[in-house]
Design a binder for this molecule. Structure first.
Ligand code: SAM
Ligand code: SF4
Length: 343
């Protein structure tokens, strides 16, 4: 099954040279554009906060565009901008406009917490941004405040309206489901997909440095489905189980949106993982849970040639581990908080 999936993925990306030791093809680059954030989500960062990096430590737009162009030449087709909170970066729309122009890049999309997104939605649309994922973990103001350690629910709801108004495609809402915290709101989230063309994504809670993760806090994919299926008929979308998809997608008859589950803990996507991550300070991570395999910033700043950068990128891809260990061991393994990696 795994080999079959990898093979079909390879065939679709036969021009890529971003192939690792296990035959996985990498066409998806997630770029973190900042380590700063307007929220302080408990599941993402430590309570004591983090020391933000100085702006000169972060890649500038020229550097990001150069890495993206080189990686597009190597087979990357999709880019997602994330953070920290990407909309805190003043030159975000300029970056988007430059990334969409790169030959080979099919889509540039964004993951945002929605606090500031509404004010730049129009500019980002004009710049060519395709899809927007907005994180929303509760529809209750107090619960939202407890999770995000900030009072911003209304602004996030306003950003969801803006994303729909400006026709971003697709608009996805990411909910990290946590036992005893927000799991009781799952059906309210499902209802949002009744009349809105949104994809509600229920995400299993993952362990990262400093996020006080506890196995008892995880609501597994099976538990989430059971809870929803007590009320709604979930029908698997035809393409839900294709290679390198992390989400399992379902429709509910009569609903205009769809429902997805991201079972990062109870199922492993490692065998078909197509993702690479560039951190805001220029580290290249081939696996979410292992330390970075390359530090590109110094090479970029010491005028390394494209050929040399390609070699560093290929080495990083080649060093990608086959998979990550069981959830209980992940906390010890991870060297960064999620906010520092960029989701
Ligand atoms: N600030 C933006 C946002 O919140 O959407 C982008 C960065 S955030 C790190 C990217 C995604 O990672 C968000 O959808 C967030 O819910 C998810 N995330 C963060 N920590 C997580 C965890 N411990 N388990 C599962 N998902 C997590
Ligand atoms: Fe910020 Fe996003 Fe992390 Fe929340 S999940 S602290 S919004 S980076």
């Amino acid at each position: 099954m795994i080999e079959e999936n990898s093979l079909s993925h390879n065939q679709r990306n036969s021009s890529s040279i971003l192939v690792d030791r296990f035959g996985r093809v990498h066409d998806y680059l997630r770029i973190s554009v900042t380590d700063r954030c307007t929220l302080r989500c408990t599941y993402c960062m430590p309570a004591e906060g983090l020391k933000w990096k100085k702006s000169e430590q972060l890649l500038n737009n020229d550097e990001i565009v150069r890495v993206a162009r080189i990686m597009a030449e190597m087979g990357v087709r999709k880019i997602r901008l994330t953070g920290g909170e990407p909309t805190t970066r003043p030159d975000l729309a300029d970056l988007v406009a430059r990334l969409v122009e790169i030959e080979g890049i099919d889509t540039v999309s964004l993951t945002t917490n929605g606090v500031l997104f509404a004010r730049s939605a129009q500019l980002l649309k004009q710049a060519g941004l395709s899809g927007v994922n907005i994180s929303l973990d509760s529809l209750n103001r107090e619960t939202f405040k407890k999770i995000a350690r900030r009072d911003a629910l209304n602004r996030v709801l306003g950003s969801i309206d803006a994303a729909l108004e400006y026709d971003f495609e697709p608009v996805k809402l990411n909910m990290v489901v946590m036992a005893g915290v927000n799991e009781h709101e799952m059906l309210d989230f499902v209802e949002l997909a009744k009349t809105n063309p949104v994809n509600i994504r229920f995400i299993e809670y993952m362990p990262f440095k400093g996020n006080q993760w506890d196995p008892a806090g995880v609501v597994s994919y099976a538990m989430m489905r059971e809870r929803i299926e007590q009320t709604y008929d979930l029908h698997a979308m035809p393409d839900t189980f294709i290679a390198n998809r992390v989400a399992e997608d379902f429709m509910i008859p009569g609903f205009c949106g769809k429902i997805s589950f991201i079972a990062s803990m109870s199922r492993s996507f490692c065998a078909t993982c197509s993702r690479l991550r560039l951190t805001a300070d220029g580290a290249l991570k081939a696996c979410l849970f292992f330390p970075a395999q390359a530090q590109l910033r110094e090479s970029l700043r010491s005028r390394a040639t494209d050929a040399l950068l390609k070699l560093e990128i290929m080495r990083a891809v080649f060093a990608k581990p086959e998979g990550h260990p069981a959830p209980a061991e992940l906390t010890a393994l991870n060297d960064l908080s999620m906010i520092e990696i960029g989701g």
